[in-house]
Structures are given as C-alpha cells and as structure tokens.
Design a protein around this ligand. Structure first.
Ligand SMILES: NC(=O)C1=CN([C@@H]2O[C@H](COP(=O)(O)OP(=O)(O)OC[C@H]3O[C@@H](n4cnc5c(N)ncnc54)[C@H](O)[C@@H]3O)[C@@H](O)[C@H]2O)C=CC1
Ligand SMILES: O=C(O)[C@@H]1CCC=N1
Length: 269
C-alpha cells in the first residue's frame, strides 16, 4: 500500500481520536494528515502543535492530493459537504464516521463509482481500543479495503457489518461508552459521599470496570459473571433488586432505541 495522504474534514473529538490513534500506530503508512474545519483556527493551531498535522480552513485545495477523505463532522452537515466535495474527487476513498449516515447517501451525492465506507468507531480510538463497525459501498476494491483495514487497525478492533447493522449497533458501540461513563460517575459520587477522595474514587471505579471488562473480554457470559458476584442471600442481590425495581432493563433498551432513532433523524435533518 502506498503511503496515505488523509484529509480529515472536521476537527472535533472523534477526528482527533482517530488521527491520534493512526499517528501512534500506523505512522509508517501515513504520508500526511490534513485536518480541516470551517473556521475555528485556534482549535486547528492546537492540533497542529500537538500532533504535527497540516491544518486548513480551506479543504477544497487539498482534495486532489488526498488519497482518502475522512468525514468526522456532524451528520447534519454531510449533505452540503458531500455536494461540495463531489466535483473535486478523482476516485479517492471517502469514509464517514457520522452517526445515521449510511452508504446510500454517500453514493447518491458523490460521483458514480466513488469508493465509500461508513465506519462507526468510538472514542477509545485515541488509545487504539475502539471497536469499530464498518460497511463498504459497492465500488470499494482490494486497494481501498487495504487502506480501510490500515485505518481500522490503527484505532483498535473492527467488525464488518451490513449497513442496517451499523444503524442498529450505533448505540451499542458508538454511544454506550457514554452510558458506561455515566455509570462510573454515579459510582464515583457514591464513593465520595463516604468520604473517599476524588482521586481514590476514580482509581477504585476505573480498576473495577477494567477488571470486569477483562473478564467479559475473555469470553465469559455476562449473566454468569453477574451470578458469580451475587452470593445467594447476600449483599449484591439487594442492589440488583433495586435496579430491577427501578426498571433498569427497560431503561437500557429505551436508551438504545432513543440513540439509534436520533442518529437516523439527524442524518435527515
Ligand atoms: N464522539 C464520538 O464518540 C463519536 C462521534 N461520531 C461521529 O463523529 C462526528 C463528529 O462528532 P464529534 O467529534 O463528537 O463532534 P465535534 O463537535 O467534537 O466535532 C465536529 C467537528 O466538525 C467540524 N465541522 C462542522 N461542519 C463542518 C464543515 N462544514 N466543514 C468542516 N468541518 C466542519 C466542527 O468544526 C468540529 O470540528 C459526528 O458525525 C458523530 O456522529 C461517531 C462515533 C463516535
Ligand atoms: O453522540 C453522537 O451523536 C455520536 C454518535 C455515536 C457517539 N457519539
């Protein structure tokens, strides 16, 4: 694979997580990363200082020399930007990470035969620990697949899905880190309410989540793991009972549905 010039449209949290991950692990495959936003020059300056990326508020002049264009901007801006991008493209791979977008919109608005892919990463991309869902358009050939695999491997693990699955699983892999962090915030607050310092509360909760995730990742079934913690007639059962009484299961399923519905809606706004 030739060294890649990647043009990143959007300079927010997800853009940074992805190119930080790539620069950390895939530098040998990267010729240049150009990062663009519309107007926030101080943000661009900050990214240039920290990562040594090229920055611009006028991305159009960089499209022709780019091998891959990565869209990491809000779904609502995609239609306008894809229309603006279209006349500058000459067969480059176009990848979006935006929620709700899908392959169809990319293929409809970009020139015929443009290779496109839709990736749903999460913020752990920045430390190379994302689980990213992806799906490819009909014109993605072996060369573009190699580039896509290089990008995906640079930010963690990946699973190829159908377009429908990426829509349905956006909440599970893209957004659920926020659900988990909300859970962590509550546990830290509870620990602090007993007089534990914020730093200690962070350490206790982070290691508890890390250890629990490691057991899940080793392949154990979550119901069995839960059962292993729940001593018959013991303390954990009392806590789980409160979660059940307060509708934890319905709440989680509703949160997933609301997330996916909002993702679909935003893409059409
Ligand atoms: N934050 C996350 O955990 C995840 C985000 N995503 C997707 O990543 C995309 C970006 O999300 P965040 O980074 O969280 O948002 P953000 O608000 O941090 O960043 C958005 C960036 O897009 C730029 N932008 C907006 N319109 C633009 C335009 N017309 N031209 C160039 N740049 C433009 C903004 O200046 C900003 O730099 C969204 O589509 C989101 O669905 C996907 C998976 C996870
Ligand atoms: O909140 C959002 O819209 C994006 C999509 C997945 C994670 N963050």
């Amino acid at each position: 694979m030739s060294k890649q010039r990647i043009l990143v449209l959007g300079a927010g949290r997800m853009a940074e997580a992805i190119f930080a991950g790539l620069l950390r692990t895939q530098r040998e495959y990267i010729e240049e990363i150009v990062v663009a936003n519309r107007s926030d020059k101080s943000r661009l300056h900050e990214l240039q200082e920290q990562y040594g990326v090229t920055v611009t508020t006028d991305w159009r002049e960089h499209v022709r020399s780019a091998d891959t264009v990565l869209l990491a901007m809000p779904p609502q801006n995609h239609r306008d930007v894809l229309r603006e991008l279209a006349p500058h493209l000459q067969g480059q791979l176009v990848v979006t990470v935006a929620a709700g977008i899908g392959i169809g919109l990319l293929e409809d608005l970009l020139p015929a035969r443009t290779p496109v892919a839709w990736v749903m990463p999460n913020t752990a991309a920045g430390i190379g620990e994302s689980i990213s869902l992806y799906t490819c358009g009909q014109h993605v050939g072996p060369e573009q697949r190699d580039v896509l695999q290089m990008i995906l491997a640079g930010i963690g693990e990946a699973a190829e899905c159908t377009e429908q699955q990426v829509h349905d699983l956006t909440a599970i892999t893209g957004s659920a880190p926020a659900f988990l962090y909300a859970f962590a915030e509550e546990l830290e607050a509870a620990a602090q309410s007993y007089g534990v310092t914020p730093a200690t509360a962070r350490k206790l909760v982070a290691q508890m989540i890390y250890g629990s995730a490691a057991m899940l990742r080793a392949g154990s079934d979550p119901a069995e793991l839960r059962d292993g913690v729940t001593t018959p007639g013991g303390a954990t059962a009392a806590g789980l009972r409160v979660m059940e009484e307060r509708g934890f299961s319905d709440m989680m399923q509703d949160a997933v549905r609301a997330t996916n519905a909002r993702a679909r809606y935003m893409a059409n706004e």
